[in-house]
Design a binder for this molecule. Structure first.
Ligand code: IVH
Length: 692
């Protein structure tokens, strides 16, 4: 704990016990303590006390101020939460104008700037250095301190006259109400108010839900929040600030810009940590390149790099034009956002059958590449942003992500825009498009849909489904490309000649594959149901369906009501099964699977004779010879059940390495405990370990 802080704490304790202490003094002390902890928390990001302790200080101050309203001052920390709404913004004339910067859009332009500066300075350029800073994409403000206290804050406005937003700036906790160690100072500091990206997205999400218009980007959100008449609203918007310049400081003299920044830091201001001193323009360009690549890593937006001459005497020598200083320039990154027109909205079918609407755009250059499409995610997104065909929109490209439509420029509507309607048939295969309850995404439910087929076939043949060895991605891709497989059933109609013609497929491998296909016909109903890839039907549900209905025919006929009557099956699964089974294309595939000899009825007769029939197992700890899944599968095949918890109904607990609490529970209840050897004996696997 720092010495100053220790002193703060001692003061706090002394005064809590000293009931006769002067209220005024205590109020002053509390304010100092609170500002100190605000500084630790919001500027240094290094708090010294807990939130609860901080709240206690705030509450004590608020209580004292309530009892003694005459002691309330505008710079009291209690006033940060948002004072009264104001009527409008009073104009504020800046004592020193807030200039803007000339822009450079390429490294050549940066070199030209450097050459200009050197030419202008002549011999004085020998010790020229530049300071490079991130160009924060927010809005510039000026903060005025008198006798060390924050008295007024204003927006840049036109550079000469801005708007008084003091009440709103007070809500930004990292702005000191009093300068640290600068009691008598008068100062005009300049900086950028911004909103962090995550908070901007959260705010927009809330606005979307509330049906309010969206902000196009964090800068607009920050500007909208700072220009609120009701500081209560501003206080609820997460704004922050970086300070980067001093506009006016009659009490102090500086020699370099770096010194200015150091001073700002020591006075308690938040200064961006990525500032660098560069010896020449090459280093400046290197910095620009690096941050051009890394800008997405920051949690706030930057739109470029500001390059400033470090020496203040050289700055003075260079002077300014009417609009901007000659000693600084802004290197601008290629824009990420732009305005264009939605020519059409098309639908793309993904590999899982998801239908994604896509905006076809009038091509526009963004962040260095031409953009002609943007994802619209799903129907709800289109509705909530109210995007129509023909609309003028703001589009954005960030990093490597697919460009997206940020918002509609509704002012540009002509009345000829058309609303988008999600097609009811899949544009790829004509099957029904279904949007299940509670889901945002509409999907094609056709198993023959070419867009989904590859993934579907791979799933069908996978180990936990039909387990067709040799039917991997390379083979499947070729079978599809050659049109040999157009749906799952086609797999069972493949001939030796079809297969042996594939790349890197010898006669032996072809025969092996045919054998594997043949063997897969006998996996049983549950595996077939799972292999079909019905949405929301995993292995477990497939097994439940197979057990309850016994035959594929019965599942195909089952109604939503019959399905939801089964405890494991909710309305979402039921709806998905019914939608799948009602597609003529899907029914056709199932029919042909049956005709090919794929077994689609549960072999119920004799189920009671299996060795583990009616026995319930619980597994705990790691087994040496099987994975958990394999052991469970084996138990099931032998007619047993597995459960996740031990009860009196449990017949066996199989205990592996590092068992959990289930082991203790089994002992408590006196359930039969098997180690791995005992388990293998029971299932008849103690003689040799072939896993057939
Ligand atoms: S210095 C006279 N430094 O960029 C120079 N500006 O186009 C005053 N900005 O109005 C500005 N980050 O809103 C400076 N590190 C930074 C900046 C920065 C963002 C903004 C500021 C200014 C605009 C100039």
């Amino acid at each position: 704990m720092a010495g100053g802080e220790r002193q703060f704490k001692r003061q706090l304790e002394l005064n809590l016990s000293d009931e006769s202490s002067d209220v005024r003094k205590r109020v002053e002390e509390l304010r100092e303590l609170i500002e100190h902890h605000n500084y630790r928390y919001y500027v240094l990001d290094d708090p010294e006390i807990s939130d609860a302790e901080f709240d206690a200080l705030m509450r004590e101050l608020a209580a004292l101020e309530a009892q003694h309203p005459e002691l309330v001052t505008p710079d009291s920390p209690t006033q940060r939460v948002g004072g009264r709404p104001v009527e409008g913004f009073a104009p504020v004339a800046h004592r020193v104008p807030m200039l803007s910067l000339a822009n450079a859009y390429s490294f050549e332009e940066l070199r030209a700037f450097d050459a200009r500066v050197r030419r202008f300075l002549g011999a004085a350029a020998h010790n020229l250095e530049y300071v490079t800073e991130l160009k924060i994409d927010g809005l510039a403000v000026s903060l005025i301190y008198e006798k060390g206290r924050f008295v007024q804050g204003a927006t840049r406005g036109d550079g000469e006259v801005g708007e008084d937003v003091t009440h709103n700036l007070r809500t930004i906790r990292s702005i000191p109400m009093k300068l640290r160690g600068g009691k008598e100072l008068t100062l005009d500091v300049r900086g950028e108010v911004y909103m962090i990206k995550r908070e901007f997205e959260k705010l927009n999400e809330e606005r979307r839900r509330a049906g309010e218009p969206l902000f196009a980007n964090p800068r607009n959100a920050a500007a909208g929040s700072l220009r609120q008449l009701d500081p209560g609203i501003t206080a609820s918007r997460p704004l922050d600030i970086f300070l980067y310049a001093i506009g006016y400081s009659p009490d102090r003299e500086f020699h370099t810009h770096m010194e200015v920044l150091e001073t700002l830091k020591s006075l308690g201001f938040r200064v961006n940590p990525h500032i660098r001193l560069c010896r020449d323009i090459d280093e400046v360009i290197e910095y620009c390149e690096r941050w051009g690549e890394r800008r997405e890593e920051l949690d706030y937006e930057i739109d470029g790099i500001v390059v400033k001459v470090n020496s203040l005497s050289l700055q003075e020598a260079l002077g300014a034009t009417a609009k901007s200083p000659r000693w600084a320039i802004a290197y601008k990154f290629p824009a990420k956002q732009g305005t264009t027109v939605v020519k059409d909205i098309k639908v793309q079918v993904g590999r899982t059958g998801a239908l994604t609407p896509l905006a076809i755009l009038e091509p526009i250059e963004l962040a260095g590449s031409v953009v002609s499409r943007a994802t619209l995610h799903n129907e709800d997104m289109i509705r909530s942003k109210d995007i129509r065909i023909g609309d003028t929109v703001i589009v954005q490209k960030a990093g490597d992500v697919i460009p997206e439509v940020v918002k509609v420029v509704k002012e540009r509507r002509t009345g000829n825009e058309r609303e988008f309607v999600m097609p009811s048939k899949c544009p790829e295969c004509g099957s029904d498009v279904v949007r299940l309850e509670g889901e945002a995404v509409a999907r094609c439910v056709g198993v023959r849909c070419p867009a989904q087929l590859r993934e579907g076939v791979l799933h069908f043949a996978s180990r936990d489904a039909m387990d067709i060895e040799g039917m991997g991605p390379a083979v499947v891709t070729q079978l599809l490309d050659r049109g040999l497989v157009r749906d799952f059933a086609d797999i069972y109609y493949l001939r030796f000649d079809d297969i042996v013609g594939l790349e890197r497929m010898g006669k032996k491998s072809a025969q092996n594959l045919l054998n594997a296909i043949e063997a897969s016909k006998d996996r049983g109903l549950a595996r077939v149901v799972y292999a079909l890839g019905i949405r929301h039907v995993g292995e477990n549900i497939a097994r439940v369906l197979a057990e309850k209905f016994g035959d594929m025919e019965n599942i195909m006929r089952a109604s939503k009501e019959e399905l939801t009557a089964i405890p494991e099956i909710g309305p979402r699964i039921a709806e998905s099964v019914v939608a799948f089974m009602s597609q003529e294309a899907n029914r056709g595939v199932i029919r042909r699977l049956r005709e090919a000899g794929v077994r689609m009825a549960e072999d119920r007769a004799g189920a009671g004779d299996l060795p583990l029939s009616g026995k319930t197992f619980v597994l705990t700890g790691a087994l040496e010879h099987f994975t958990r899944g394999e052991a469970e599968e084996m138990i099931r095949r032998l007619g047993g059940r597995t459960s996740g918890s031990v009860s009196r109904k449990t017949d066996y607990v199989v205990v592996g390495r590092d068992p959990g609490s289930k082991y203790d529970r089994a002992r408590e209840l006196g359930v039969t405990i098997l180690d791995e050897d005992g388990f293998m004996k029971l299932i008849g696997r103690d003689k040799g370990l072939d896993r057939g």
